[in-house]
Design a protein around this ligand. Structure first.
Ligand SMILES: [Zn+2]
Length: 390
């Protein structure tokens, strides 16, 4: 497997170097055909003859990956791609995550077996995380930076839409409680990072002190990678369970638009927020709503959800963050700050109505959530803000 990873990396980096060379010489980017031909030639040379020792399928796929990376970059430059600006492809490093993709001619599954067959590697034992819902079109072998091995399959399937129900929920995201629901339920946040922060700092310190290229540094690097993997696993598990529960129980889900990237600039809040995973949570809710036929809405971040009384609509003015409870001056209702905000979020979602101070009906506007490239599961990874922590 490491030989295969090495070969994929060499093929990718070699093709990238060639593209860069052509660019510097003022030529157009080589076509995929040209790169493919180059690979065939390369295999014939004595110097790179070892490329023939591994399956040719993943090597071709490495070239495809490079093509994709370039196409994303060009589209982003021309403004044809939504989201953050994409940078040009970078060289792959030996110590970061490694992967090799087999198309259906490069792998084989056995019925009811714990083994899969990979071309020129042989049968390897796997632990299935779940049953495959359909015949996969590709299998990707992955080794992450914590030295864990995975096989990831691409399958096409139609998710079963959940039976419709009448429930709707507004969700207020916070720091003390991760989420407060409009029905009054509060969900404590799992803060894996905070718990492990001390160990993380210590390891990072050790790493910076140790000599580059030393054995000891490699040991620390692995330890650090393992800790990061553990932290993100705990967090993702928490977020997946919570988002699935909310999607199962409610037909309509309303969330406040959060300016996470703006908040990330505030360094004090940044670690807390990235640890909480608000952005990732939103992405999950959005994707799962599409999969299971739920209605997901985002309300404007400027809606004064924490200032308005959810009973009478009276605007009580801005409240400091430390004010956790308040009593409405107009109708005398006792409010928990977050529950009141969650109810207002639900109301602003245009689902239920509230009365304002003069007894008139108020309806705040909601825009339907945008579904960009976040609608498929693999995209979760790309959008994750935790990558910033790595
Ligand atoms: Zn009131």
């Amino acid at each position: 497997m490491s030989q295969l990873f090495g070969c994929c990396r060499v093929v990718f980096n070699d093709a990238l170097a060639y593209c860069q060379e052509q660019h510097r010489a003022g030529n157009k980017k080589p076509s995929s055909n040209e790169l493919s031909k180059r690979l065939t030639e390369l295999k014939k040379t004595e110097e790179k003859q070892w490329l023939t020792e591994v399956s040719s399928v993943p090597l071709q796929q490495s070239l495809r990956d490079l093509e994709q990376a370039y196409s994303n970059f060009f589209k982003s430059c021309k403004g044809q791609r939504k989201g953050k600006k994409v940078k040009p492809p970078k060289f792959k490093k030996r110590k970061s995550k490694q992967s090799a993709r087999f198309m259906d001619n490069g792998f084989k599954l056995y019925p009811n077996s714990d083994y899969i067959h990979l071309a020129k590697i042989g049968d390897i034992r796997v632990i299935w995380s779940r049953e495959l819902p359909a015949v996969p079109s590709s299998a990707t072998l992955i080794k992450d930076s914590a030295n864990r091995y995975f096989v990831s399959f691409v399958v096409e399937f139609n998710p079963q839409q959940l039976p419709k129900n009448e429930q709707s929920v507004g969700i207020d995201l916070g720091i003390t409680d991760f989420a407060t629901l409009s029905n009054g339920e509060k969900i404590k946040s799992s803060k894996p990072l905070k718990k492990q922060l001390k160990r993380l700092r210590k390891l990072q310190q050790n790493l910076s002190r140790e000599q580059n290229g030393s054995k000891r540094r490699e040991v620390t690097r692995k330890k650090l990678a393992k800790l990061h993997a553990k932290i993100s696993d705990t967090r993702n598990d928490f977020l997946h369970k919570l988002s699935t529960k909310i999607i199962r129980e409610n037909q309509t889900i309303v969330l406040e638009d959060l300016n996470v990237s703006g908040m990330m600039k505030n360094r004090k809040l940044a670690r807390a927020i990235s640890d909480l995973g608000w952005q990732y949570f939103r992405t999950m809710l959005e994707a799962k709503s599409v999969m299971y036929g739920r209605d997901f809405r985002i309300i404007d971040r400027w809606t004064p959800t924490s200032q308005t009384c959810s009973c009478c609509g009276f605007k009580g003015g801005k409240k400091e963050l430390n004010v956790r409870e308040w009593i409405c001056l107009n109708c005398g209702t006792f409010h928990d700050r977050d529950v009141n905000a969650a109810i207002n979020i639900l109301v602003a979602g245009g689902l239920s109505e509230t009365l304002n101070g003069r007894g008139e009906k108020v309806r705040l506007s909601a825009k339907k959530a945008h579904l960009g490239e976040a609608s498929t599961l693999p995209a979760f990874k790309q959008l994750s803000i935790f990558d910033l922590l790595k």
